[in-house]
Design a protein around this ligand. Sequence first.
Ligand SMILES: NC(=O)c1ccc[n+]([C@@H]2O[C@H](COP(=O)([O-])OP(=O)(O)OC[C@H]3O[C@@H](n4cnc5c(N)ncnc54)[C@H](O)[C@@H]3O)[C@@H](O)[C@H]2O)c1
Length: 249
Amino acid sequence: MAGIDNKVAIITGSGGGIGGAIALRYAREGAKLALADIVAETAKSRASEINAMGGDAFAIATDVTNKDSVRQMAHATLERWGRIDILVNVAGGADRKPVVEMTETDWDHIVNMNLKSVFLCCQAVIPAMLKQKSGKIVSISSIYGFTGNATRSSYAAAKAGVAVFTKSLALEVAKEGISVNAIAPGRVSTPRVRGHYSDEQWAEAVALIPAGRAGTPDEVASTALFLVSDENRYITGQTIHVNGAWLNW
Ligand SMILES: NC(=O)c1ccc[n+]([C@@H]2O[C@H](COP(=O)([O-])OP(=O)(O)OC[C@H]3O[C@@H](n4cnc5c(N)ncnc54)[C@H](O)[C@@H]3O)[C@@H](O)[C@H]2O)c1
């Protein structure tokens, strides 16, 4: 067991591919789960699936770019269980547009969804973690935050921001017993990502990965479990790359 039995975890983007895999993995380890997503139905069906397995989860409609909505997410979790042990920032997504065509609104949308969201969610849970003198935070960055990516500049910049925000926050709260880490996945075969490629394009994209295949959501979940488990007591401020050696930077 990972030592997260009865720990209270908030997972944003939990209706999606990677967030859903993390939720299921934590549920199997006995964590109590607040499942946040802007698409309430997907988070609800994930919570029902977990509760039907004998777990303890509830869904909460949350827009992670909105401060009031994020505060409400933390408040509802504290009302239900009185503590917050783990926050996993998964909500995010990309858009493709060359810089010369990108509007200010396009930029703000992607940067708010991927970076401001991480700031707002961390800020909302840290007071509870400070009181407890313990807490574990994991945020999902991306390989593109390290390589850059043509047509995904706003996304790449936001995900690089997640890695450096992670280091900075880790420095601020290390003495308080709170760890803050990130995971930078390479290509992960979630329905959203796979849906952007034809079979032929997918085969070409996967051929670029030295491991010869895309990662699975469950492989990201394994790392997200390790980082919040009892097995991790001293890693903080780090971004762990999960990418099958797709290290082209
Ligand atoms: N799949 C990959 O190849 C890959 C690679 C690197 C990084 N990532 C990152 O991993 C995370 C999950 O990706 P995924 O492939 O599972 O995508 P996904 O689309 O399946 O999941 C993202 C979830 O975030 C939710 N969301 C979006 N905006 C939100 C908002 N404002 N408030 C609350 N929830 C919101 C969506 O409804 C969705 O359920 C993202 O941050 C993504 O950038 C994915």
